[in-house]
Design a protein around this ligand. Structure first.
Ligand SMILES: [Zn+2]
Length: 222
């Protein structure tokens, strides 16, 4: 079987038998992959220390006849987040694991960009920014300058109803000002913005409803 090498992010690892782990990676060139790390649960196994989420990884694997490949080598590079942010980073990985499935070409660059946004902007702006970005690249969001119902250009005040941005003709709900819509766009594209406490609350509410709508649980922080 061919051996493949690629940059990767570890999404999840789950125990398999007494000694092994099944690992889900997002890779730069090969999308999402599932590989068996044989022996990785043994105390002195070489894979064990390197199989960590939130690090730059380089993995080598052999493709399997039946789908699941076998991990051959793993090199751990730099940490992607400071320790204080790692819980939020893990939440983003859990989300990415839901959004990007095997066979999807995308996922690696997007998840890395989300983690970078969190690393640079911190919990207050970076976390909602990263979640919003991931939902957007996964195709779950409309564009903030139009009504998601009728498609008309956005008015000064729009509304958030059933996890959708709508104009006054199409619905009612929590008001979403033009300022907030611009701030969201700016944070997501990496700009530095001053968001009022009220705007942060509104944005968090929008995200919570979106995640609810799609059955994604994020624990606590949003
Ligand atoms: Zn409308």
């Amino acid at each position: 079987m061919a051996e493949i090498r690629d940059d990767a992010l570890l999404l999840r690892r789950i125990p398999y038998s007494e000694t092994s782990l099944i690992c889900y990676f997002l890779t730069a060139e090969h999308g999402r992959i599932t590989v068996m790390a044989r022996g990785a649960r043994r105390p002195k196994n070489n894979f064990r220390a390197s199989l960590e989420p939130l690090y730059d990884l380089q993995v080598s694997w052999r493709t399997g006849r039946t789908g699941m490949g076998t991990l051959v080598d793993i090199q751990r590079g730099c940490s992607l987040l400071q320790p204080a942010l790692s819980l939020h980073g893990l939440e983003l990985l859990a989300m990415a694991s839901r959004l990007f499935q095997e066979g999807d070409p995308q996922g690696f660059d997007e998840t890395k960009a989300a983690l970078l946004l969190l690393a640079e902007r911190g919990q207050h702006q970076g976390l909602p920014g990263a979640v919003w970005f991931l939902l957007d690249v996964a195709g779950w969001l409309g564009d903030l300058s139009h009504c998601w119902q009728c498609g008309r250009e956005a008015e000064q005040i729009m509304f958030w109803q059933h996890a959708r941005l709508v104009c006054g003709q199409c619905g009612q709900g929590m008001p979403v000002s033009m300022g907030l819509r611009k701030s969201i766009a700016a944070v997501v594209s990496g700009g530095s913005v001053r968001l009022s406490a009220g705007d942060v609350d509104s944005w968090h509410t929008m995200i919570r409803q979106l995640l609810n709508e799609h059955g994604i649980k994020i624990t606590g922080s949003l």
